[in-house]
Write a new protein. Structure first.
Lengths: 111, 112
């Protein structure tokens, strides 16, 4: 499979911004995704970005894509305790009918 | 309706049992997937159905048998599982390829 790397843990205080980072390997990836997984639950699609874009904003979420460095980030503004979860980035290489997930980052929001 | 519904939510089965996991979506998506997720790990692809035909089998043991009876339903038949098969089994669907895949809540399977 593809190598998609994320840092394992991130702690932030409530109200601060969170930035979750991801690096991927396949430069042909057409779409890159961020999923959220709460304990014992399935994956919730948060947002995605097409590879010809640099940035996408959706309410409190901002996705930045540096295609040259194969680096993707998710910024959550005004982080709330309900944002505590595991966040997975995923890539979908061109021609592959599959999602390759990163290792996941566990975000802990401290009240 | 943007839901993928999986049943049951929890399943405990013995190594000699036969059981089935079910997945349903009514979004008109033509690609459906089974993923397996072990604790503290990312999901790993097992099977992909595209237009009701099996298009990818990621070298999954034959004790797991997928079935796609129609464009809205996906089953995973289980037989003679091992304790190491205990995991969260996730179903997903997408309009085509793997874009905007929507996941169900999963079935937590425990093999005893």
């Amino acid at each position: 499979g593809e190598d998609v790397e994320q840092s394992l843990f991130l702690s932030v205080r409530e109200g601060d911004s969170s930035v979750i980072n991801c690096t991927y390997t396949d430069s042909s990836s057409t779409y890159l995704y961020w999923y959220k997984q709460e304990p014992g639950a399935g994956l919730q699609l948060l947002t995605y970005i097409f590879s010809n874009m640099d940035m996408k904003q959706d309410q409190r979420l901002t996705v930045l894509l540096n295609k040259k460095d194969k680096h993707l980030s998710l910024r959550i503004a005004d982080t709330q305790t309900g944002d505590s979860a595991i966040y997975f980035c995923a890539e979908s290489p061109t021609g592959a009918n599959n999602l390759f997930f990163g290792t996941g980052t566990r975000l802990t929001v401290i009240p | 309706d943007t839901e993928v519904t999986q049943t049951p939510k929890h399943l405990v089965m013995g190594m000699t049992n036969k059981k089935s996991l079910k997945c349903e979506q009514h979004m008109g998506h033509r690609a459906m997937y089974w993923y397996k997720q072990k604790a503290k790990k990312p999901p790993e692809l097992m099977f992909v159905y595209s237009y009701e035909k099996l298009s990818i089998n990621e070298s999954v043991p034959s004790r797991f048998s997928p079935e796609c009876p129609n464009s809205s339903l996906l089953n995973l038949h289980l037989h003679a599982l091992q304790p190491e098969d205990s995991a969260l089994y996730l179903c997903a669907s997408s309009p085509r390829d793997s874009r905007e895949a929507f996941f169900g809540q999963g079935t937590r399977l425990t093999v005893v």
